[in-house]
Design a protein. Structure first.
Length: 148
């Protein structure tokens, strides 16, 4: 058994990572994120959808450890920003009770930020470009429905 396998068994990392597989996770916090959802598909692709009060939508796409793409949409669902952040900008660890965030893209006043897991449910879809676009439309529709 390799040293990494031993360490992962001792720390429980392997089980925590496996826990997140195929999940839709409802999270609150840190404060500047508000309430939002994290989607993890069966291949451990991650999508974090952050709807903001100004009706913009921030989306972070990546793997189980960090963001590989950042998309910002305006109130109409138009992509106004799409970039590949540096690996150290937006990092996370997804655990059953809380989400751990750090990186150069977060406010510098704390080395680590936390989100609290409120609930989780099975997620059977795959995170693809088509799925990302479909979810943007869904979130924009929710924004417009709230205005009524």
């Amino acid at each position: 058994m390799g040293i990494l396998k031993i360490l992962s068994k001792l720390t429980g990392i392997e089980n925590k990572v496996k826990w997140s597989q195929s999940k839709k996770i409802k999270v609150v916090g840190p404060d500047f994120f508000g309430q939002y959802f994290i989607y993890v598909d069966s291949n451990f692709n991650v999508a974090i959808y952050l709807p903001k009060d100004d009706k913009t939508l921030h989306i972070f796409l990546g793997d189980i450890f960090y963001a590989q793409r950042w998309i910002k949409c305006d109130a109409h669902g138009n992509k106004v920003l799409e970039e590949k952040p540096p690996k150290e900008a937006f990092q996370w660890k997804i655990n059953p009770n809380r989400i751990w965030y750090r990186g150069t893209g977060f406010p510098p006043n704390k080395p680590v930020y936390f989100g609290k897991v409120i609930s989780s449910e099975k997620f059977i879809q795959s995170i693809t470009e088509e799925w990302v676009d479909m979810m943007i439309k869904k979130y924009i529709k929710m924004f417009s429905f709230k205005d009524r």
